[in-house]
Design a protein around this ligand. Structure first.
Ligand SMILES: C[S@@+](CC[C@H](N)C(=O)[O-])C[C@H]1O[C@@H](n2cnc3c(N)ncnc32)[C@H](O)[C@@H]1O
Length: 371
């Protein structure tokens, strides 16, 4: 197949870092937009994207876009797209999507129009009144923003944050894509020590270990498009081979601590599932007494915010005590701390050198950077 267009939704704030990932994969026409990154590519890039992207939520194949101010325009625009090139006679094609700032604003109504238009197109091509929908899944996703409809197919299936290593979470686990984003924003390349003294289920240290080893995060899971007939199976094999060739071994200092022994046990278990237990260490430890030998390193961490895990006041006390522990670190250490607490800097006792707005789910947070 000729050139394809991809859209990779991201958590707000991670668009730039995800665009950098795509450039490192040498994909053409990379553009970061609000909440997503676009690029071009070939059939062979579809598996490469799914296997390698750390900070994107899924890989969507863009089939086309057109203005859609009313249902007729939506129906005709959808029917005009070459669905038969992608969805075979038996393919299942459920539809989901969203509308924003558009004349068409009822998602269920748009869903039903899109479904009917695809069924009309495929029914005509396959000469069937009713399509069986008994085969592989081709999840259709539409977005209608500012009266422009974009029609896409979801190539990933379960979100890319599902790496296959988290058996269960703790009370407030960080999404793997966001944890990887924090580590990449800290410019960690595997050289200096990396510590997370509020590690919970270990997501940040585990993602740091995957980054240090240059291990593709998707190697231990499957994707919807692996069942798609038009996509040559050899592309999946060669993408996995390429990813494994890029991996390297080394000696790393990656550590996670948590005051809760159950969280630490879970973090160790998750590290085993992720096959990085040989390079990450977890201990039960109190972050307010946390110290690490050595002149250089970085702390990347996600303490309680006082929203979900503990009350606001308790979080403030914790930040105050952690601020005192941080004062004893040598100057060569950097801190990257994610919190939604509006009084974080005041209670921690220092103004951040830089801040970056990020969303942890629906929660607006800042990444406080002490450089
Ligand atoms: C928001 S959770 C971290 C979640 C983690 N990033 C993950 O993905 O699972 C905060 C963690 O801080 C831990 N914690 C609270 N007070 C602590 C302290 N004084 N020292 C170390 N850990 C503490 C909690 O047990 C909890 O696991």
């Amino acid at each position: 197949m000729s050139e394809l267009q991809f859209a990779i939704p991201t958590l707000f704030g991670l668009e730039g870092i995800c665009a950098d990932e795509l450039r490192r994969l040498e994909l053409p026409q990379v553009r970061a937009e609000n909440g997503r990154v676009l690029c071009a590519g070939t059939d062979a890039d579809l598996p490469r994207l799914n296997l390698n992207v750390r900070t994107g939520e899924r890989v969507l194949l863009v089939l086309g876009s057109f203005p859609a101010r009313d249902f007729d325009a939506l129906f005709e625009g959808v029917r005009a797209l070459p669905w038969e090139d992608f969805i075979p006679r038996e393919g299942q094609f459920p539809v989901k999507g969203h509308c924003l700032n558009s004349a068409l604003h009822s998602v269920p109504a748009c869903q039903s129009i899109v479904k009917k238009a695809i069924a009309a197109r495929l029914g005509g091509k396959y000469r069937l009144n009713t399509l069986p929908e008994t085969g592989a899944l081709y999840q259709v996703q539409f977005s209608i923003m500012g009266d422009e409809a974009v029609l896409m197919l979801d190539t990933s299936g379960p979100g890319l944050h599902k790496r296959g290593y988290r058996a269960q979470g703790v009370a407030a686990p960080l999404r793997e894509t966001l944890a990887a984003g924090l580590v990449l924003l800290s410019r960690y390349r595997g050289k200096d020590p990396l510590c997370d003294p509020f590690c919970g289920s270990g997501t940040i240290p585990i993602e740091a270990a995957l980054i240090a080893k240059n291990r593709a995060p998707g190697l231990n899971r499957s994707f919807s498009a692996q069942k798609w007939g038009w996509l040559d199976k050899k592309h999946w094999m060669s993408a996995a081979g390429e990813a494994m060739d890029r991996e390297f071994d080394g000696a790393y200092e990656i550590w996670g601590g948590d005051i809760d022994s159950e969280a630490v046990a879970l973090a160790r278990h998750n590290a085993q599932l992720a096959e990085v237990e040989d390079i990450v260490r977890f201990d039960v430890d109190d972050a307010t007494r946390f110290h690490w030998g050595g002149l250089y390193g970085r702390v990347v961490t996600n303490p309680p915010y006082g929203e979900r895990v503990m009350e606001r006041r308790e979080a403030e006390e914790l930040y105050r005590a952690f601020g005192k522990a941080w004062d004893k670190f040598p100057e060569g250490w950097k801190l990257y701390l994610l919190s939604s607490h509006t009084e974080f800097e005041r209670t921690f006792g220092k103004r951040a050198d830089k801040k970056r707005k990020l969303y942890n789910g629906m929660l607006k947070c800042d990444l406080f950077m002490y450089l």
